[in-house]
Design a protein around this ligand. Structure first.
Ligand SMILES: C[S@@+](CC[C@H](N)C(=O)[O-])C[C@H]1O[C@@H](n2cnc3c(N)ncnc32)[C@H](O)[C@@H]1O
Length: 300
């Protein structure tokens, strides 16, 4: 397992720059009194150094197992959808798919996206079980997935989320793909399951966003299935979370958005290539934020 350390100004008073953002205490005021169960003798300092504002290259379940109970406030993630295990030809013969460039025809760099369905469901349920352990009583998981038609019937992913506390399904309306199946209408949305512990609350006025969100999918990213940043901005801006985890971080979009809102991030991805992509993107974004801030301070 390779651990990469990212960013980190020592005084941390500039937007989102490293663990010191809240001074020497890695936990923002709202989180300081939360009981975190540090396992395996892991001290807070070790947790901060190893995980806070880091992109970690490894398998989602394995790395999440290293994190203490209730140690993150919010999880936002889009797992591989297992699209290449399909009864149709959508992703098999190069006719296109979810994203404009249909790059997913080749799977991900280190994951073929073609698991036997039962194995895939078990894997995703194991991921959700770990995620549930990692959030506190006021924590939440925004779990993005795609419903699709398989063998002429809707596959609505209920087998993955059943028994988890799904509070709401947000519809992410995006532009249609290239799926011209005459048996059903062109799919134009994905879903985001809001899986929440009992005390989770939105930030003030965020509920006015409603439950159908329209954002064009990301087309300007070398990762084959990146989130659009404004979608994740909508989620993070709708919560008071201070530490945000994405166990399938890909190109680092969740981290970019966390920085936009001065929150801490933890990112995991199996692909060294995507981890590197995320690190570069985060560094560039931090430089941009610094620049904006210096211009803003000059104008003040
Ligand atoms: C849908 S993409 C996430 C894209 C990300 N939201 C973004 O904005 O770039 C799913 C990611 O899961 C990663 N992945 C696949 N298997 C994994 C595993 N076992 N553990 C961690 N990451 C994995 C892939 O490398 C891919 O980057």
């Amino acid at each position: 397992m390779k651990i990469n350390f990212i960013g980190g100004s020592s005084n941390g008073r500039t937007p989102g720059f490293g663990p010191g953002y809240w001074g020497s205490n890695p936990y923002p005021p709202a989180n300081r009194n939360k009981k975190i169960n540090f396992q395996n003798d892991m001290k807070k300092a070790d947790f901060t150094k190893k995980f806070i504002n880091q992109i970690i290259c490894g398998s989602a379940v394995d790395i999440m197992k290293e994190l203490p109970d209730r140690s993150v406030d919010l999880i936002i993630t889009s797992p591989p959808y297992n699209l290449k295990n399909s009864t149709g030809n959508g992703m098999k013969n190069g006719r296109g798919g979810k994203w404009a460039n249909a790059a997913l025809q080749n799977g991900y760099s280190h994951h073929n996206d073609c698991m036997p369905h039962d194995k895939y469901v078990k894997w995703q349920r194991d991921c959700l079980t770990e995620m549930m352990r990692l959030i506190p009583e006021d924590g939440a998981i925004f779990y993005n997935h795609k419903w699709r038609v398989q063998g002429g019937l809707l596959q609505d992913r209920q087998d993955i989320v059943s028994s988890f506390p799904v509070r709401q399904i947000i519809v992410w309306k995006r532009k249609g793909g290239l799926n011209f199946n005459p048996g059903y209408f062109l799919p134009t949305y994905e879903v985001i399951y809001l899986i929440a512990k009992p005390k989770f609350r939105l930030s003030e006025k965020a509920n006015a966003h409603g439950d159908v969100w329209e954002f064009t999918q990301e087309m300007n990213n070398d990762h084959p299935a990146a989130f659009p940043v404004n979608l994740i901005d909508r989620i993070i801006g709708s919560t008071n979370a201070k530490i945000v985890l994405d166990p399938f971080m890909g190109s680092g979009t969740t981290a970019i958005s966390a920085l936009n809102f001065k929150r801490h991030y933890i990112g995991i991805d199996i692909s060294p290539e995507y981890c590197e992509m995320a690190e570069k993107r985060i560094k560039q974004h931090q430089s941009q934020l610094k620049l904006f801030q210096s211009v803003y301070e000059k104008q003040d």
